[in-house]
Design a protein around this ligand. Sequence first.
Ligand SMILES: *Cc1c(COP(=O)(O)O)cnc(C)c1O
Length: 382
Amino acid sequence: MKYIPYGKQWIDEEDIKAVIEILKADYITTGPKVAEFEQKFASYVGAKYAVAISNGTAALHAACHAAGIREGDEVITSPITFAASANAVIYCKGTPVFADINTETYNIDVEDIKRKITNKTKAIIPVHFTGQPCDMDELLKLADEYNLKIIEDASHALGATYKDSMIGCISDMTTFSFHPVKHITTGEGGMITTNNKELYEKLSLFRTHGITRNINTSDLGDWYYEQVDLGYNYRITDIQCALGISQLSKIESFVERRRAIAKKYDEELSKIDEIIVPYQDKNTKSSYHLYVIKLKLDRLKVGRKHIFDELKKSGIGVNVHYIPVYYHPYYKELGYVKGLCEKAEELYDRMITIPLYPQMSDSDVEQVINALKKTIDRYSKL
Ligand SMILES: *Cc1c(COP(=O)(O)O)cnc(C)c1O
């Protein structure tokens, strides 16, 4: 039986050619492909500026730094995300504060954000979970009212739209990841987009040790440069960016295929009374990084782990996105406790991610649907 992973990159001959070309070129890092990738990416999402960076976590770190997160500052984010969304706050010595989720979209709940705002709150990191954008109008209103920065974690949402806007041009900063399971890949890689020149300059500095050559060196010597802030080496190579450019040229077909598979899942899986399929907010168009089903446990004779294990046994690469961030021992140690976000915890006990990636064939999709139907049927109380 074929094993179908939950996500997978799609690298073709064109991508391979693009990478080989750079391996033979003069610059394999800090060369022209980085700027070209940034410019093409910014243009695709409709942002003024883009900064390519070594990975999506570094993108979040850079964005938190540029937003001015420092010791004592609080930043509100969702617990249903990859730990990096909150870790980035801690890298800047800030404190992540978790707001609960909306039970329909599974995205951060704006009403709960309001309850968690204090005079220490500096920013919000909304995560466009599975590729479905958060309620950006409400978030922007809140940011305006309380003078907060917004950093969208759009690791799941390349190609998604909110109302008529592409994700990536709406708030102060938006971060992306090019890990192989994401919409496009550079192996490891990330991007931050912004429309704000000052933030753009801070992000660029942070990526490169805080070092600038943007000074008049005529009296000082050609070698001269200055470190004006504490930055990191978060550079991305030209090899990666060449792959990124080639991948980006296919983004529309990638997203289209993801949407087609999700539509097929919606049609077939919504017939199963024991599960809930993803809700689609009418203001948004998801780019479907993930397809997450929620089990109605009261209608099943077994728990989530049992269903999960059965699916895995039948060759379906299921996964769970995500363990609430504050469940992790590191966060427990910091004082976060269970019960903090009840809706997120309720979802966590019931959710399963099923395979979704552009190169899945129609028969792969059928295999997933059939395995799910069979497994649920076997353990149904109905
Ligand atoms: C993938 C991901 C990240 C981190 O990206 P990396 O490129 O793996 O560092 C951050 N947040 C979310 C929600 C992600 O899915």
